[in-house]
Design a protein around this ligand. Structure first.
Ligand code: SF4
Length: 304
């Protein structure tokens, strides 16, 4: 089935990556998020339509041959990839032929408390899990989770998995206006993430037309949300909303104050600071008032 593989997609973070869709026939998910890019669908706790491991590996091998220098193989789905019943077996097969290419999964984390899912994910080079909500009320309202899914089990499952996993664990939080940008949610997410200590936390908002009528945050509001997380947490704003903001003038004091609240990436600096302010930023860097730290391939600038 040729629609199993998509890409390659080029990104700064993952280089050249090939996507593997474990649910190519349509949406099969244990969430029905308000912001989903796919059409609304009834939640499920297992796949009804299943492609075989052989079909996936055959399609993947041929795509790898065709494209050559792939940096990442990304396991994903029209829905949730950990619902794929042969996930562990599939990863074992991919690991036999992937060579230097790295493997990554993008999961909504609803099954991360399942030890079998944990064992499968341990065999991947990188794991990215979503965590939009720290409370059950929010999970049900925003992610419209399948009955029986409990946010406390997800949070405990992530902690257990993280204790065993040696690769980079990235948490993705998608912020939706009035739903999970509230003080209660951000405070609780912050408190939990300080315990989890993931490699990186990617914050984004709705960038594509959502399944339901929900609203994105503008970039300033997203930046303000990111400032509400503890400054020791490696929060990274990944939203394309960045492109909409106009660069402004920052004094030396403004730059240092901003970096004190939240480490910023080169991309953030280019978006937020006008040309003159970027020169001031460079001077502060040269004079050791600012330092750079590398976190899972992303360079952050911090106040010294
Ligand atoms: S987890 Fe992903 S695929 Fe499933 S409903 Fe949410 S956004 Fe859509």
């Amino acid at each position: 089935m040729s629609n199993i593989i998509f890409g390659p997609v080029h990104s700064r973070r993952f280089g050249k990556s090939l996507g593997v869709d474990l649910s190519p026939s349509g949406k099969q998910c244990n969430f029905d998020c308000l912001y989903c890019e796919l059409a609304p669908a009834k939640t499920v706790d297992g796949y009804a339509a299943v492609v075989s491991v052989k079909e996936v590996t055959t399609a993947l091998k041929s795509a790898l041959k065709e494209h050559g220098d792939i940096d990442f193989i990304t396991l994903t789905a029209n829905g949730e990839p950990t619902l794929y019943p042969y996930l562990s077996e599939l990863i074992d097969e991919i690991n036999k032929f992937k060579g230097e290419t790295k493997t990554l999964i993008l999961s909504n984390a609803a099954n991360i408390d399942d030890v079998e899912v944990q064992s499968a994910l341990l065999k991947l080079d990188e794991v990215k899990l979503s965590l939009d909500c720290a409370t059950q009320k929010c999970l049900q309202k925003l992610d419209r989770s399948h009955s029986g899914i409990d946010v406390e089990n997800i949070k405990q499952g992530m902690l257990d998995f993280s204790a065993k996993y040696n690769g980079p664990l990235v948490i993705e939080i998608l912020i939706v206006k009035t739903l999970n940008d509230t003080k209660e949610e951000i405070d609780k997410l912050n408190e939990y993430l300080l315990k989890l200590k993931p490699t990186r936390i990617d914050i984004s908002t709705i960038d594509r037309p959502p399944a339901y009528a929900v609203q994105a945050l503008d970039y300033e509001a997203l930046l303000e949300v990111s400032h509400r997380f503890d400054s020791t947490l490696p929060v990274y704003i990944t939203s394309r909303k960045k492109a909409e903001i106009m660069a402004s003038s920052y004094t030396d004091g403004d730059i240092l104050e901003t970096l004190d609240k939240r480490p910023l990436t080169q991309e953030d600096i280019e978006v937020l600071l006008d040309e003159e302010s970027q020169k001031r930023f460079q001077m502060l860097l040269e004079n050791d008032k600012i330092k750079s730290v590398l976190t899972n391939g992303v360079k952050f600038y911090k106040k010294v």
